[in-house]
Design a binder for this molecule. Sequence first.
Ligand SMILES: *Cc1c(COP(=O)(O)O)cnc(C)c1O
Ligand SMILES: [Zn+2]
Length: 413
Amino acid sequence: MKFSYVSHLQCPKCDKQYNAGEKHQLCECGSPLLVNYDLESLRDILKPEDLIKRKADLWRYKELLPVQREENIVTLGEGMTPLIPMERIGAEMGIPKLHMKDEGIIPTGTFKARGAAVGVSMAKELGIPELAMPTNGNAGASWALYAARGGIKSTIVMPVDAPKITRNECAIAGANLYLVDGLISDAGKIVAQTVQNQGLFDVSTLKEPYRIEGKKTMGFEIAEQMDWKVPDVILYPTGGGVGLIGIYKALKELQTLGWIPEGKLPRLVAVQSDGCAPIVKAWQEGKKESEFWEGSETLAFGINVPKALGDFLVLESLYETNGCAIAIDDATVLEEQKRIAELEGAFVCPEGAAVFAAARRLREQNWIKEEEVVVVLNTGAGIKYPDTVDFELPTLQPGELITKTEVLIEDQE
Ligand SMILES: *Cc1c(COP(=O)(O)O)cnc(C)c1O
Ligand SMILES: [Zn+2]
C-alpha cells in the first residue's frame, strides 16, 4: 500500500494536467491548481475503520494528502481539533444542535497551521531551500514557524499594521521579515518581484497547490467526528476562501470514496465582514467571480482579502451546495465574541465570532431551521488578538473592600 494516493495536479479552469512530485505554482492560464488522487483504487483499499488506530492529527488522512514520503512530513502535532457542542449559545440562537470546530488550540493558534504543515512538507519533499510570502499576519506566522521546523528559510512581508503578535512569531522563527508601509496587496507585489529575482518558491495563498490540501482536512475531521454523517450547514469565515474550497473538496472526495452519502452535502456559508465583502457581493449578484473591494477594512484581519485568487472556486462551492454568503459588521462581531465567552467559556477570534453572528442572523431569517445540525468554524484563538478586547476595570487600593459583588450577582439573575 502506498503512503499517498496522489495522482496529478489539474487546473479547474482549463483542465490542463501537471505531474505530481514536481515544483509547480499557478497553471499557465493563471488559475490555481488542484491536487487529484487515485480515489478509485483507494476506494477498495482504505475503509473508515482503518483510521481508528491512527494518531489524532491530520496525517491520519495521509493517503488523501500529497506528501509521498513519510520522512518529509513537517509536523507540530496539528489537527483533530475538538468539535464541541455549543448548547447554551445554541439555545439562545434557536439552534440547539450548534457545534463549534475549534481551531484555536492548534499549533500557532490558527488553522493556518494546517496549510503550513502540508505546504512546508511538500516544499521539503520538492527540495525547496527557501520560500516567500506576503501575509496579513496569521499565515506568515504559521509558515515561518513550520519552515523553521522543516529547516527551510523563509522571507515574509507584511503590512506595518499587521498584529504585533504575528510579527513576533515570524521574527522569533528566524524568518527574513519585512514590514511594508501599505496593504497586503503591496506586500504581494514586493514578494512577486523578489521571487522572480531570487528564484524563491512563492507560497502566497493558492499560488502553490498544497495549502488547500492541508486545510481540507477540516472537512475530513468534521465528517469523521460526526461518524461519517455530514451536518446540514457549515459556516466559515472567508478571506482567501482556502478553507471553504478545501472543505468542499474534502467532502467531494469522501463521497467518491463512499464514506459519506452521495445525496447530501452540507450547505456551505461564506461569512465576511461588511468592511470587506467581495464574495458576498458576487453571490448576491449571482456572479461566478468577485471584484476587487476598494478600501477594505475590518478588525477581523484574517478575512481582510479584497480579491481572492480562488474566488470562482469559493462561489462554486456555495452554488453547488445551495449555500449562501453573508456579511457581518465589526460591532456585531465584538458583541458576539463577548457573548460566546460568557455563555460557553470559549474565547474565539473575531473571525470565529463573525461566523457565530452569521448563524444567529441566518436562523432569524429562517435560512437555518431549528432542528438542523450546524457547524461553525472558529479559525483561531482569541488570545492572538490581545488588542481587540478592551474593558474598563475597577482598580482597588490595597485593603479596600469589594462593595459591588452583590450588585453583580443580582445583575446575573
Ligand atoms: C486566514 C484566516 C481566515 C480566512 O481563511 P481563508 O481560508 O483564507 O478564507 C479566517 N480566520 C482566520 C483567523 C485567519 O487567519
Ligand atoms: Zn489552466
